[in-house]
Design a protein around this ligand. Structure first.
Ligand SMILES: Cc1cc2nc3c(=O)[nH]c(=O)nc-3n(C[C@H](O)[C@H](O)[C@H](O)COP(=O)(O)OP(=O)(O)OC[C@H]3O[C@@H](n4cnc5c(N)ncnc54)[C@H](O)[C@@H]3O)c2cc1C
Length: 438
């Protein structure tokens, strides 16, 4: 057991707690018993940004990192929940298989990916991570282990996928991988002049394998929402199956508080935008740089300084996208709080899980350095998001107020009933679930 101060990837908020690492799935039961009466939550690689993986006792899945079986004919992988996507890529890319859904970092565990029901640049076509999980195993509050799937114990499955660890600890999962012809992607980059053009491009390319836009969130008036839209397809003109590189660069210390200010952010945004090609351009890139550009620098979260940062990610229904995004971007531009990275994606239809984030529409993720005036701005953005029928992503949230989780997640009561049915409400809580009254 390690006692100390912990945080999510945003390094805000920080909290003290005890980290316990069960050595095998059948040791989770005794870890639960030893933890006493305080709040317990599972923890993966700590890549959620806020306080969803923080509690008095955190059950770290780091030692549950074993593969159980892989069938190279069907692409079905059975593994423990602490296995990371990085590990999976190392095992499977050389054999021509790839995770069917991946977030923007490969340093997440299978358990964390299921608990947040993560989405990738292909949500509009392939849905969330859970759509490719035929079954999982979960340790409940009483220490018993239960198998669940869309058919068996489906109430538990629907609550666990996207349930942010609040039903129990996932110890094992079965995943359906996808075949890839090569480790290369054909990436097309298109520069747009404003939000309307950006959204129109998402529409036009709704059948692209992958799509994402990097947005200049500090663009001048009249150019709000200008972006570089990136489309991707696995390249079948080669059969090279090279692995991604191990990151060599690392941010060695916390950056000074003033490094990311409105002037440097404006400059960065403008330069990044200007780097985009005048004409749509297609090139071949490795999956590492297409899916995981940020993984190239270890501990990049230290660039935001000691106080940390908040990632603000919301989704708006398609029909409210243009109006809502315009209001949000205008409000941010007026505030002078810039975001280093602003990533826009088009999402496909919602699934049946009670707390999964995606809904058909547009999701925007922005990074803001923590400073006193930030929280009032984010409260204003929350109101805009919810007035337009949207919601905030729990895996990124560190500060949302209670009323918004109720407004944004209409199946929260169903989720709570499942938690009560299995006794999870008495054991599994994170700082986030306490803050939001889940
Ligand atoms: C650079 C970066 C890019 C990202 N890009 C995306 C993206 O494109 N799309 C997206 O959806 N997300 C994205 N994320 C968020 C990230 O994918 C999720 O937060 C994911 O849950 C992190 O996994 P983890 O293993 O680090 O889990 P943690 O952060 O440790 O935990 C996250 C949640 O999962 C629960 N949990 C973890 N392990 C288990 C388990 N074994 N059993 C039960 N519950 C568990 C925790 O209790 C907690 O509620 C990104 C994060 C970063 C840092």
């Amino acid at each position: 057991m390690t006692n100390g101060e912990f945080s999510g990837w945003g390094r805000y908020p920080r909290a003290t707690g005890a980290l316990v690492c069960p050595a095998a799935p059948d040791r989770v039961h005794s870890a639960l018993q030893a933890a006493g009466d305080g709040d317990i939550i599972a923890r993966g690689m700590g890549r959620s940004y806020g306080d969803s993986a923080l509690a008095a006792t955190m059950l770290d899945s780091g030692l549950l990192d074993h593969y159980i079986h892989f069938d190279p004919d069907t692409g079905v992988l059975d593994c423990e929940a602490g296995v990371s996507l990085d590990q999976i890529l190392r095992l499977l890319v050389p054999q021509g298989w790839f995770p069917p859904v991946t977030p923007g970092t490969r340093f997440v565990t299978v358990g964390g990916a299921i608990a947040a029901d993560v989405h990738g640049k292909n949500h509009h076509r392939d849905g969330c991570f859970s759509a490719h999980v035929p079954a999982l195993e979960l340790v409940l509050a009483d220490g018993s282990s239960v198998c669940c799937s869309p058919r068996d114990n489906s109430d538990l499955f629907r609550a666990t996928c996207g349930g942010m660890g609040l039903t129990g600890m996932i110890t094992r999962a079965t995943l359906q991988m996808r075949r890839i012809p090569s480790s290369v992607l054909r990436e097309t980059v298109i520069r747009t002049t404003d939000l309307a053009q950006t959204l129109a491009l998402f529409d036009e390319h709704h059948d692209a394998g992958y799509s994402v836009a990097w947005l200049d969130c500090l663009a001048p008036t009249g150019r709000l929402g200008r972006s570089l839209v990136m489309l991707g397809e696995h390249d079948d003109t080669t059969d090279v199956l090279d692995l991604h590189r191990v990151p060599r660069l690392r941010v060695p210390l916390d950056a000074p508080a003033g490094l990311l200010n409105r002037y440097t952010l404006r400059l960065f945004n403008a330069l990044y935008y200007a780097r985009g090609p005048g004409q749509p351009t297609t090139r071949r890139v490795h999956y590492g740089s297409f899916f995981y550009p940020l993984d190239a620098i270890r501990e990049w979260n230290r660039l935001y300084g000691r106080r940390g940062f908040v990632q603000y990610q919301f989704v708006l229904p398609r029909e409210a996208g243009m109006a809502g995004l315009t209001l949000v971007l205008e409000r941010i531009a007026r505030s002078g709080h810039g975001s280093f990275l602003s990533v826009l994606k088009a999402l496909g239809p919602a699934n049946d899980n009670h707390l999964s984030f995606p809904m058909e529409g547009y999701t925007l993720a922005l990074d803001f350095r923590v400073e006193p005036a930030l929280f009032a701005l984010l409260d204003e953005l929350d109101a805009i998001v919810h007035d337009h029928g949207g919601r905030i992503y729990l895996a990124k949230d560190a500060r949302m107020q209670r009323e918004y989780v109720h407004r944004g997640y209409p199946y929260l009561d169903v989720f709570r009933e499942v938690r009560m049915r299995y006794g999870a409400h008495r054991r599994f809580h994170s700082h986030q679930s306490r803050r939001l009254g889940i």
